[in-house]
Design a binder for this molecule. Sequence first.
Ligand code: PLP
Length: 351
Amino acid sequence: MPTPYLAVDRDVLDRNLESVADLAHDRSLWIRPHAKTHKCPEIAERQVQLGAVGLTVATVSEAETFTTAGFDDLFIAYPVWARGRSGERLRALAEKTRLRVGVDSAEGAHLLGRALRGTGAEAVVEVDSGHHRSGASPDQAGDVALAAAAAGLRVVGAFTFPGHGYGPGRRRAAAAQEAAALDAASRELRAKGIEATVRSGGSTPTLEMSDTSVLSEIRPGVYAFNDAQQVELGSCGWDDVALSAVTTVVSRRHDRFILDAGSTVLGADQPSWTSGAGRLPDHPQARITALSEHHATVEFPDGRPALSLGDRVRVAPNHVCSAVNLSDELVVFSNGEIVDRWRVAARGANQ
Ligand SMILES: Cc1ncc(COP(=O)(O)O)c(C=O)c1O
């Protein structure tokens, strides 16, 4: 097969899905995996078979794709701005599927209420637990919830994304802040007469540390495939990485090797704490020291290069969600044989 392409090891994928499904089951947490990682109905189907209560998505388009594929319980964990056509599409979705939508402001709640009133769709207040992205501060959660209720929505709880756990040594503290924020938000909702039956958190790095005395639900996404970031954070090992880009060594200059996959295949995510622009699972000592659109530069710090021109080399992207979003299909392997091809159905579903 010509390179580069994205390969999925179905056996590793299955093991990852099963182990987190077991973790959720053992700790009495609902699991609602984030489907933005794989964007494939085939994987979502397996997650539901393993006990997922529904799926999490990031956009109205992703919700539409998974509804069309037959999924009937979706949470858009995002403060959707439901004006105009977006509001109409949300309403159409709510008429076909069980729908939950995030909200983090009174203005956003007003638009959501106009779009969804009378459909039975539920609202979940997003709170910021330290990632400082979207989300109201926990002490404002009650006011946002009241605005949503006044706009005609049924408010069922609060959610947060502990994305600040993405950093060396930050996982445990982020999980504690996630629980504290959800607990505070639940108390604020209760003070306004609204019971937070949904207390939804979760990211892949923090899922093991989820505080079950507070959280009711986790929404990890990356755990399905894992990636170079998760290995470098210590959330998984190389044997748990289920997706890699298969590349060819196309050029060599002294002790530097050039692979035929760059940012158009691997994605460009490179947080400052990562060791490079992805990793080579079969050569953990190697580093990707530069990335352009169609080239990855590999160096071996120990000075003992282990590659030759024409070799096939697996690369684990830093952030697997970004890599998947750049590919039309995933080539599925089991025991070294191609067993399937999955279309990345929600690829580019950004609106
Ligand atoms: C709102 C939300 N929930 C859940 C997740 C899943 O977390 P992870 O990607 O660490 O698996 C994300 C990821 O970006 C997210 O933004």
